[in-house]
Design a protein around this ligand. Structure first.
Ligand code: NAD
Ligand code: MG
Length: 360
């Protein structure tokens, strides 16, 4: 097991990465202020992993209330959130009851938001069960639910007390979900770590066959990078926005095709290729680098060609992205592999050329 620390001005917490951590109550129990916990999970993850976690906690004298939510992004809503509050209130849970998220990013985001708001803030623990959640959503304290008018629009910054990334849980993850998580892993190499990008070029086959050593290294580097970026800019007033590499294009793909048609990681993958092509069109990236990026994304089992949304729809959807500031479209673009920067003055003509596949 490896332990990383995320140190913020008001708090600090460990991120444990390894195999068979699910029942390691020695890692969990010290973070419970009282012997009372609610495990929030979903109908897919519960049959796989709820029982061992619940039994391990109960064996330590912890009262456990499981809350099993329906599975899917479509349920990341205020109605589903209420199911968590209902359980907390029915069981007369206090402010010191710990909410444990056992699931992917959807469960993690909802549980975190429930914890942030239940009696103005209850302790919260993340046990991420998807690769995406282990390398991205469980670290950094962004929590949210969706609103019919926008994804992740209702939320809070609220940090967990500990993150337990158990790599053994990834054994049951569908291949498509594994690839979606790899998109965010590749993102870290691209945005700030050329050596890691090169490591990924060598180790992609091992990652796709879930070699535990390779997975541990990928999750370690990704979490370390995310922790450092969040530590420097918890509220995303500056450099944390680099984590949105590929996301302005990606969000347009998700919204343009209708949420759920492409997984988030798939949309980000094609979005990163578009970001690379835009960077190349501006003369910042060489064709050879674009080829390397495209090849690595393809090797992860991810799409490299974005759907044709029509250039006007593209521009309209991107203008609605949360990352728009003062009406200005901002992109994270590359000045080399491992060198991402936030850019706001990208000419529309360049975007149009890239989105229509024209060479300029
Ligand atoms: P997800 O939570 O929907 O999980 C994907 C699927 O895998 C689900 O069907 C889930 O039930 C299933 N699953 C989970 N663990 C499994 C396992 N071990 N074995 C088998 N099946 C398993 O999707 P996700 O990709 O983990 O997360 C996406 C969500 O995360 C989005 O809502 C996104 O907005 C959010 N997100 C948040 C942040 C953040 O910083 N808070 C960052 C990135 C993404
Ligand atoms: Mg993302």
């Amino acid at each position: 097991m490896i332990t990383l620390d995320l140190v913020l001005p008001d708090t600090a917490y460990p991120i444990h990465i390894g195999r068979h951590l699910l029942t390691r109550t020695d890692l969990l129990c010290p973070h419970l202020p009282i012997h009372d916990a609610v495990i929030v999970t979903n109908t897919t993850v519960a049959p796989l992993y709820l029982a061992p976690l619940q039994s391990a906690l109960e064996a330590n004298g912890v009262r456990v209330t499981p809350v099993i939510l329906p599975d899917g992004e479509a349920y990341k809503t205020s109605e589903t959130l209420n199911l968590i509050y209902d359980a907390l209130l029915q069981r007369h849970c206090e402010r010191k009851t710990t909410l444990i998220a056992l699931g992917g990013g959807v469960v993690g985001d909802m549980t975190g938001f429930a914890a942030a708001t239940y009696q103005r803030g209850a302790p919260f623990i993340q046990i991420p069960t998807t690769l995406l959640a282990q390398v991205d959503s469980s670290v950094g304290g962004k929590t949210a639910i969706n609103h019919p008018l926008g994804k992740n629009m209702i939320g809070a910054f609220y940090q967990p007390r500990v993150v337990l990334a158990d790599l053994a849980l990834l054994d049951t993850l569908p291949e498509r979900e594994l690839s979606a998580g790899l998109a965010e892993v590749i993102k870290y190499g691209l945005l700030g770590n050329a050596e890691f990008f090169q490591w990924l070029e060598t180790h992609m086959p091992a990652l796709r066959t879930r070699d535990m050593g390779a997975l541990q290294e990928a999750v370690r580097v990704a979490c370390r990078m995310k922790a450092d970026i969040v530590a420097a800019d918890e509220r995303e007033t500056g450099q944390r926005a680099l984590l949105n590499l590929g996301h302005t294009f990606g969000h347009a793909i998700e919204a343009g095709l209708g949420y759920g048609a492409w997984l988030h990681g798939e949309a980000v993958a094609a979005g990163m290729v578009l970001a690379a092509e835009t960077s190349a069109a501006l003369g910042w990236l060489s064709p050879r680098e674009v080829d390397r990026i495209t090849a690595l994304i393809a090797a992860a089992g991810l799409p490299v060609t974005a759907p044709d949304l029509g250039v006007n729809t593209w521009l309209e959807l991107m203008a609605h992205d949360k990352k728009v500031e003062a009406g200005k479209l901002r992109f994270v673009l590359l000045h080399g592999i491992g060198d991402a920067r936030i850019e706001s003055g990208v000419p529309t003509s360049v975007l149009e050329a890239v989105l229509t596949g024209r060479r300029i």
